[in-house]
Design a protein around this ligand. Structure first.
Ligand code: MOS
Length: 693
């Protein structure tokens, strides 16, 4: 009997659909709540010379206006993203430079518009370009990876392939994109006057991460901050760390001890200071012999970064392990601009990098006259090209073949732009997907017997809408050898044992490993009939198998695209993903992760684009009317399946990460299908009709 693998409705579903699940902005605290709205800069670079707050302060309901001159002091100002109201520097347009506290949200928002700000304005530069004079090579890229890698020599292979094989040498670009979960970033917080204790109800992917990051900034011990997050309405990465809004609310709470300070970031502000996917350019160089066997793979990536904080998309990293080639080279460049700090957006690095690399593979297949699946099969590496280690399991080829069968790949037009259905040009596209299996070390779990065969399981994890409440309950049931009904799970509170971030597709792997460790120790100590009150806490040890084996989740995307021959209108009537992620904990919610990620990829391919106005420095598409995402009419038939397997090396559950892989490669499959339909090769996202006419 196993709870893992049982298709289980969300345990938190009833609370959510009946409106009793409390989100960050909805929590109540001591006394009447106080609402916060920031004052934000209207210039992109320079400094604030004066702020006249008198009119704002005289408005009904306004309790305080804080500025760099009167705000509480922060203890550590080394991380500029969190330096709010401490000095007069302006580093990007829309930067918080003050805040209003008022009895209503409306009063706070109105009053901030009345603060008169004078600036010393300096010239700014938000124009991303690969030949920017300030381009530099970073020392590390997101994920902690080395920025460069080199094996063999690119030159001779490329030269030989020019005459005896095939070469692709192209550049691909992705725009700025902004995380827009349904629930914006939001915080309700209060400062205990007898504390000091700061209690924050935060919409976050990492309750303990908020504590450990903000404690030094605020000059507190970690025990003096408690973050509570029982329910979170999506994150997509930007909630993986605190941002300016958390500091704003903390400043407000310090200024008005004993009051609950509330701030929900507006939809427009979601396009400013909570992180985003930076622009990228990837130059891909592929060389192959006449039969399509790769002899060289080069991936050089440029990523928009910020003068507030360096963040470099690790766009070239996935090319280190994806296909075999004796000669390989990757490197990264950062383009620092007067823009807010970029941060994680679903599958950072992998999503833009795989878009470029998987379109390039489609171009190579065409140059070789090979089916794009066959090209990928020919270059499937037996061991990890980067580390030389054996795979824990690599079944990319099985994903490609299974998908080809299910999708009807044999019906694909062999020649681009050769199939019509009335006005519609019809094409099929494929792309591979890969996402590294990550287990963060340090998560802990507590198991307590409650008598009558019931167990309480505590871990400071968080459910960001992905199904963690349910999945960890299934994991705990198997770890203790009891039915899921016997488990009471507690998550979403830093009063619970330490847990790592819901990010990098590592949540269930990391927290589940802790639950298995605690349950193993518990059963050794107390057996299977423990006395009520018996309790054990344990941390997951590092998994030595992950030193021996390279573990990556794999997948294959299949897309049908239709393009109107007269207008260029693009439709994607069908997407299929086949994934290899080890064991599936909850089929019902993992399918949602996959099809959600694939919809994200469809959106990346055709819709999302944050357009930055170089004159003023801000994003003009700062709402969900101008920043396009797919509607139901755009996403008609999206399906995901997976291989039936167990990865015995990856985690004690036999699982690998599943959260982000649906978004990796899916945009490339859309673009490859558009090429098959029309013959047009688009290398810059998003693809709009005008590019096809
Ligand atoms: Mo994911 S973008 O690492 O939360």
């Amino acid at each position: 009997m196993s709870a893992i693998g049982t298709s289980t409705p969300r345990l938190d579903g009833p609370a959510k659909v009946t409106g009793t699940a409390q989100y960050a902005f909805e929590h109540t605290g001591p006394g009447e709540p106080v609402f916060l709205h920031p004052v934000t800069s209207t210039i992109a670079r320079g400094s604030v010379t004066s702020m006249d707050t008198s009119e704002a302060e005289s408005q009904p309901g306004v309790l305080a206006v804080l500025t760099p001159w009167n705000a509480p002091r922060l203890a550590d100002t080394s991380e500029r993203e969190y330096v709010i109201c401490q000095d007069t520097d302006v580093l990007y347009r829309g930067q918080p430079i003050g805040l209003v506290l008022a009895e209503t949200a409306e009063a706070a928002r109105w009053a901030q518009s009345l603060v008169r700000v004078e600036y010393d304005q300096q010239p700014h530069d938000v124009g991303f370009r690969t030949d920017h004079p300030d381009v530099y090579e970073p020392e590390v890229v997101n994920g902690g990876y080395e920025p460069a890698s080199s094996t063999g020599e690119m030159g001779p292979s490329l030269a030989r392939a020019q005459t005896h094989g095939h070469v692709v040498d192209q550049s691909y670009s992705t725009p700025e994109e902004h995380n827009n979960p349904m629930e914006p970033h939001a915080v309700s917080a209060h400062w205990d006057p007898d504390g000091p204790l700061l209690t924050m109800y935060d919409s976050t992917q990492s309750p303990h991460g908020v504590v450990s990051t903000l404690a030094p900034v605020l000059g507190l011990e970690t025990e003096q901050i408690r973050v509570i997050a029982p329910h979170v309405g999506g994150g997509f990465g930007s909630k993986g760390a605190p941002h300016a809004h958390d500091v704003l609310v903390a400043l407000g709470a310090m200024h008005l001890p004993g009051r609950l300070i509330k701030y929900a970031v507006t939809r427009q502000q979601m396009f400013v200071f909570v992180g985003y996917r930076p622009r990228t350019v990837s130059r891909i160089r592929l060389a192959s012999d006449a039969d399509g066997r790769l002899t060289a793979i080069g991936h050089e990536a440029w990523s928009q970064s910020s003068r507030v904080k360096e963040f470099v998309e690790q766009a070239a990293v996935p090319s280190r392990s994806m296909y075999a080639a004796p000669n390989r080279r990757t490197f990264h460049h950062a383009v620092p601009l007067d823009v807010p700090a970029p941060y994680w957006m679903r599958a950072p690095g992998e999503a833009p990098g795989a878009f470029a690399a998987e379109v390039a593979m489609d171009e190579l297949a065409e140059a070789c006259g090979l089916d794009p699946i066959e090209l990928r099969v020919r270059n499937d590496p037996e061991t990890d090209p980067e580390s030389g280690r054996p795979w824990s399991s690599r079944r990319l080829v099985d994903c490609l073949r299974e998908g080809a069968d299910r999708f009807g790949w044999s019906e694909r037009p062999a020649t681009p732009a050769s199939r019509r259905d009335g006005r519609w040009m019809v094409g099929y596209g494929v792309a591979s997907a890969a996402y590294p299996h990550m287990v963060q070390s340090g998560s802990q779990a507590t198991i307590r017997a409650e008598g009558g065969g019931r167990y309480r399981v505590q871990v400071g994890a968080v459910d960001i809408g992905t199904g963690t409440w349910t999945a960890l309950t299934l994991v705990a049931a198997d770890a203790l050898g009891v039915p899921a009904e016997a488990i009471t799970l507690e998550i979403g509170d830093t009063a619970l044992p330490y847990a790592t971030v819901a990010g990098g597709s590592s949540g269930i792997s990391s927290w589940g490993s802790a639950i298995f460790a605690a349950a193993g120790r518990f059963r050794t100590r107390y057996g299977d009939d423990p006395p009520a009150g018996a309790e054990t806490t344990a941390a997951a040890g590092d998994n030595p198998e992950l030193e021996r084996y390279r573990a990556i989740s794999f997948g294959a995307h299949f897309v049908e695209a239709r393009v109107d021959a007269d207008t260029g209108e693009i439709r994607v009537p069908r997407m299929l993903g086949v994934f290899s992620i080890g064991r599936v904990v909850n089929p019902r919610t993992v399918r949602s992760q996959f099809i959600g990620g694939m919809t994200f990829g469809l959106s990346m391919a055709l819709h999302e684009q944050s357009v930055r106005d170089t004159r003023f420095g801000h994003v003009v598409t700062q709402n969900l009317a101008d920043y396009h995402v797919p509607t139901h009419a755009d996403a008609t038939d999206i399906d995901a399946v997976w291989l039936d397997e167990v990865d015995e090396f990856a985690t004690p559950m036999g699982t690998r990460g599943a959260g982000e892989i649906g978004n990796v490669g899916s945009a490339a499959a859309v673009v490859n299908a558009i090429h098959n339909a029309t013959g047009a090769r688009i290398r810059d996202l998003p693809v709009h009709a005008d590019a096809l006419l």
